[in-house]
Design a protein around this ligand. Structure first.
Ligand code: SAH
Length: 503
């Protein structure tokens, strides 16, 4: 079969190429190392074999020859292998050596270039590696020569005398030596230098200095790998063009407690604002084992005056069941349809239903009020929803004289998987905020993280999507720092920016 040497880019998941993504989705085996973003692994097939061969500084999880053997062995088993590497596989990635081994072993291969850190981290820090006013060339240099090498491959004379932008990879430890050598061979001490750490990621940091001062400045900042070092006039643009680090939530760790299936819109908006979204799905959504109640309700759909959807999941699972029975939106033709909020309404529109009613405020009470205005006494109402949910909606509708059938279409079960990671990150000071999208996520969060544990971190802000969720939080003795005006995810993120963002 085939091995694909794939550049996974510098860290921002958006910088993986389309071809790379396609291969991660389809390959039988994924072999990845330290700097390749772990988020990509979510793309792979559920049955794919995922192998970590990491490399972090000196800590080689698997030595290079063993990595080569592993890849070749997997290919010989007849499998397609995606070999993911940080940045570009051929830029200080030892991809060339892996390719030579593959040829020697007679294994077919392809290369998918990636966005290399030297270009991307620089760009995200406001540094164009070439610029007509400053330089006509750019040079990628290793700052970490193979210590077993006899003679240095570096020609400091050439680096120093050229006007080339110099981009050093793996150079943090050798920074004093690099700066000294360049100055000793003639580069001016006031030459601009910039360092970019964790470039393109939500924890990117950078600073600009000069050849004379950079080593002391890095020491003062306790600078560490992974970082690139850029030397040259273009670094003077760092302060003017540094767009990425201006994102309002850059570096802020924001916990997302929604179920994984529902988390993507919040995570995407958080990432857009620069935050490090930390997924902690306290609940998992499961389809039902027994569909008989749903099937019975579907069988009498013609008798309902209203069908009320209270979540996107409710819509999705109800429709899955309709589809399984060979039905579609026309099954609801005779009923009025209400949605609790815009996301649920959108989910309905996507399935061919324009909801008859969406309240101004996105809580159960508001749905009820609006429906009462339209007259519900004597009507029959179907509410397809989660097995465990608030009873306000059905109770109020019943009080107003409607006959209400609450029919669970999915279940939520607590999920423990992310607990250790969250506790560790809280301890490391990496969490700045926890978001709650529903009362059940509050309950589930505290079932996993004891309220007293959270009290140890008073700096952590708590954000609730709406007043009902806030009340639940207050029941645990906490007050919400953030509740948006409108109870939607975009409004929640805007409110977070207002609370946590840089001025
Ligand atoms: N093949 C990779 C480079 C691997 S060498 C590429 O093309 O980018 C590892 C070095 O790359 C690190 O020591 C660091 O100097 C640099 N590097 C990789 N990712 C980085 C990032 N996100 N930010 C800054 N430097 C990075």
């Amino acid at each position: 079969m085939k091995v694909y040497l794939i550049g996974a880019g510098p860290g921002d998941p958006g910088l993986l190429t389309v071809r790379g993504q396609e291969l991660i989705r389809t390959c039988d085996v994924i072999v990845y190392d330290y700097l390749a973003n772990a988020a990509f692994l979510e793309l792979c097939r559920p049955d794919a074999e995922v192998l970590y061969v990491g490399k972090k500084g000196g800590d080689h999880t698997l030595p290079q020859d063993k990595i080569n053997e592993l890849i070749i062995a997997k290919a010989r088993e007849g499998k397609s292998v995606a070999r993911l590497k940080g940045g570009d596989p051929y830029v200080f990635g030892r991809g060339g050596e892996e390719a030579e081994e593959l040829v020697a072993a007679g294994v077919d291969f392809e290369v998918v270039p990636g966005v290399t850190a030297g270009v991307a981290a620089a760009a995200y820090a406001g540094i164009p590696v070439t610029h007509r006013d400053h330089t006509t060339s750019v040079c990628f240099i290793t700052g970490h020569e193979d210590p077993t090498k006899e003679a240095s491959g570096h020609d400091w004379e050439v680096y120093a005398k050229s006007t080339s932008t110099l981009v050093f990879y793996m150079g943090v430890k050798n920074l004093p030596m690099i700066a000294e050598n360049l100055m000793a061979h003639g580069r001016a001490p006031e030459t601009p230098v910039a360092l970019v750490r964790w470039g393109t990621r939500c924890n990117q940091t950078s600073f600009a200095s000069t050849l004379a001062e950079v080593a002391a400045e890095a020491e003062r900042r306790k600078w560490a790998a992974p970082s690139i070092i850029i030397v040259g006039g273009v670094c003077a643009l760092h302060d003017t063009l540094n767009w990425f680090e201006k994102k309002p939530l850059l570096g802020k760790g924001v916990v997302v407690t929604r179920a994984r299936e529902q988390a993507s819109s919040l995570c995407a908006l958080l990432a857009e604002a620069g935050a490090c979204a930390v997924q902690f799905p306290t609940i998992e959504i499961r389809p039902l084992d027994d569909w008989s109640d749903v099937d019975a309700a579907v069988g009498r759909l013609g008798k309902y005056h209203w069908v009320v959807f209270t979540s996107v999941n409710g819509v999705r699972h109800f429709w899955d069941r309709l589809a399984a029975r060979g039905l579609d939106a026309r099954a609801l033709a005779g009923a009025l349809v209400a949605a609790i909020g815009p996301a649920t309404a959108e989910a309905l529109r996507g399935r061919g239903i324009a909801p008859d009613y969406v309240p101004e405020k996105y809580v159960a009470e508001a749905v009820v009020a609006g429906m009462l205005d339209r007259g519900v006494a004597g009507t029959r109402i179907l509410v397809p929803r989660a097995r465990v949910a608030r009873e306000v909606l059905p109770e109020r509708l019943a009080e107003a004289g409607a006959v209400v059938d609450v029919v669970p279409v999915y279940e939520t079960v607590p999920s423990e998987s992310g607990r250790e990671e969250i506790l560790a990150r809280l301890d490391a000071g990496e969490i700045h905020c926890v978001t709650f999208g529903s009362s059940s996520t509050v309950d589930n969060f505290f079932a996993l993280v004891h309220p007293d544990t959270l009290r140890k971190y008073p700096g952590v802000k708590l954000a609730c999507i709406g007043p009902v969720t806030r009340k639940t939080l207050e029941g645990y003795g906490f007050s919400a720092h953030v509740t948006p005006e409108e109870y939607t995810i975009p409004a929640l993120v805007r409110a977070l920016v207002a609370e946590l963002g840089r001025a």
